[in-house]
Design a protein around this ligand. Structure first.
Ligand SMILES: Nc1ncnc2c1ncn2[C@@H]1O[C@H](COP(=O)(O)OP(=O)(O)OP(=O)(O)O)[C@@H](O)[C@H]1O
Length: 556
């Protein structure tokens, strides 16, 4: 049977405080199927209740419902199967010990765990890494090089500027020295993250010593999205899978915190443990994927994968005394007192502000876009306009409300149009409208999360994206949103000179330590934090935990 959750699962968790509307429908459906197919009518209410809770959890990124008493253990129901039998018998719900899943999440989690175990078992076929590849690295970086050159699966985590790229270059050079024809693929969950990964790696390679022309020639000339790497289009099955694995010796995936359970299981299925080495890079303290499954974090905690992971911990970007670095560290540590202390005493390059009313907030945030307004007014070329827009961004926890993306975009739009002397009007498109693509469009070659600016050109109003010469007529771009303000979720994988993080009031359930950390660390130079004391302290105090069974399932 087909369950009605495929489309709705992509509703944004962390953005509404309520259980999704579809959870009640799914609960009713399964409760009535239970009765129709001969289940004990007295148990229908329990099924309904569990499914409702499970669905609410899914919308927040949990993979399963957890109850330590496993009340589903001895329940006989046509809509529920025990995990021990789930490989042969398909039912909408799977019970596995204290966890209850929708079938396809149980299947993805189980397949991912098996693939990880198989890959992690295939270790130790490489020669030890030559000592010169370790020169100048700190202890954790050395461990990472040794690990990634020895193992088939490795996980390298670390915050911004901890040297993930720097270390990766050493790993690549060491592996290329052993095998000059190494076939390498670079990928990331979004187009933006892939582009940034490639840029960072190219820059680090340009600075590295001992890179021969042959090595350069063996390296890929771009990084792709994971969807493109795996050949996933729309909702069709991936082109690469267990029976047709990816034709690479080494696959490197950046920004792995953004990978959800389904994509992770598709990626691992496409890795041939006899041939391919997989290196995942990411920041485990960041927000997890919007969809179900905090895969990176789970992998990071799985006891059996301990030898396959290294956490880099010395940031070169944010020195120990940098304001952003100290703030990020205090947020990560859940140290509300320290964060409130910074807020009261002041912190270098960090501006803390109380939340004013809607108009005053928009007015203050609009000042961040002054260089962008100047570029548009002065008739700067497209590249300069895009660069000016890329300097600053407003990042929100919510979509709706005074502090939400939608309202702020409206108010910032009105201010930009006034500043440019445009008539205030209801027109959706205008010269200077920054937009974010919300859906992959393979025909236009634009992807979820790409950001461009609408500019008047000889061909009319066209959207220009960084790194692309030609604009795209606004009429062809259906799934876009104005992008002065964006959610913290959507900002993952991007970086700006300055960001303004806007939190809602203290009673919101959606703000968390991971969200605030992700927002703050999108800034390279300066950050503004718009939140009252209580809101800030609640955010720092709340850790998101994702319920799943992955950690315990990976075995060797
Ligand atoms: N061991 C080291 N010796 C000298 N410089 C280093 C070392 N490790 C990192 N760096 C430098 O620190 C800076 C940050 O490193 P890098 O860009 O690799 O971090 P990153 O973790 O990839 O950051 P991000 O997550 O922001 O992309 C770079 O300028 C890099 O050259």
């Amino acid at each position: 049977m087909t369950l009605p959750f495929t489309a709705t699962l992509s509703s944004q968790p962390g953005q509404t405080d309520d259980a999704p509307a579809w959870s009640a429908g799914l609960a009713e459906l399964l409760a009535s199927l239970h009765q129709r197919d001969g289940g004990d009518p007295a148990q229908a209410g329990r099924i309904r209740d569990w499914v409702r809770k499970l669905a609410a959890g899914l919308a927040q990124g949990h993979v399963c419902l957890v109850d330590e008493h496993a009340p589903w253990r001895n329940l006989s129901s046509p809509v529920l199967v025990d995990a021990a039998r789930a490989a042969d018998t398909v039912a909408p719900l799977v019970a596995e010990d204290e966890r209850l899943y929708l079938y396809r999440h149980w299947q993805a989690e189980t397949q991912l765990a098996q693939a990880l175990s198989a890959l992690d078992e295939a270790v130790g076929d490489a020669a030890p890494v030559a000592a010169h590849h370790l020169d100048g690295l700190n202890e954790r970086q050395r461990q990472a090089v040794a690990m990634a050159t020895q193992r088939r699966f490795s996980l390298i985590t670390g915050g911004p500027g901890t040297g993930k790229t720097y270390t990766l270059v050493r790993i690549l050079l060491a592996l290329l020295e052993q095998n000059p024809t190494l076939h390498v693929a670079l990928a990331a969950p979004t187009g933006k993250a892939a582009a940034r990964m490639y840029e960072a790696l190219s820059a680090a390679l340009a600075k590295a010593t001992g890179v021969t022309d042959a090595m350069r020639a063996a390296l890929p000339t771009s990084a792709s999205t994971l969807h493109r790497l795996l050949g996933i289009q729309y909702d069709r099955p991936a082109q690469y899978h267990a029976a047709n694995p990816l034709p690479f010796d080494l696959v490197i995936v950046d920004e792995a915190s953004m990978i959800d359970l389904r994509l992770a299981s598709q990626l691992l299925a496409a890795i041939d443990p006899r041939r391919t080495r997989l290196i995942l890079l990411g920041d485990a303290n960041q927000l997890a994927a919007v969809e179900a499954g905090a895969v990176l974090e789970e992998m990071g905690r799985a006891p059996r994968l301990q030898a396959a992971r290294v956490a880099l911990n010395e940031s070169q970007r944010f020195g120990a005394d940098s304001g952003i670095g100290r703030l990020a560290a205090a947020i990560c540590a859940g140290d509300s007192a320290a964060v409130l202390g910074f807020r009261r005493q002041g912190l270098d390059k960090v501006r803390f502000e109380d939340l004013p009313g809607a108009e005053a907030l928009a007015e203050a945030l609009f000042r961040g876009y002054a260089p962008y307004v100047d570029a548009l007014r002065g008739g700067a070329d497209t590249e300069a306009v895009l660069a000016a827009f890329g300097r600053f961004r407003v990042l929100c926890a919510l979509r709706e409300g005074t502090t939400g993306v939608a309202g702020l975009n409206e108010r910032l739009t009105a201010r930009l149009r006034a500043a440019l002397g445009q008539e205030a009007g209801a027109a959706l498109w205008f010269h200077g409208r920054p937009v974010m693509v919300m859906q992959n469009d393979y025909a236009l070659n634009v992807f979820n999360g790409d950001i461009g600016v609408a500019l008047r050109s000889a061909a009319g109003l066209e959207v220009f994206f960084p790194g692309r010469e030609r604009g795209i007529s606004v009429a062809r771009l259906a799934h876009v949103e104005t992008a002065f303000a964006m959610t913290v979720h959507k900002s993952q994988g991007s970086e700006f000179e300055e960001v303004a993080v806007v939190l809602p009031g203290a009673d919101s359930q959606v703000v968390s330590r991971e969200l605030l950390y992700t927002g703050v660390t999108r800034a390279r130079v300066r950050v503004q934090v718009w939140a009252g004391e209580r809101g800030l302290s609640v955010a720092v105090g709340r850790r998101t935990e994702r319920r799943s069974g992955l950690g315990g399932k990976v075995i060797m």
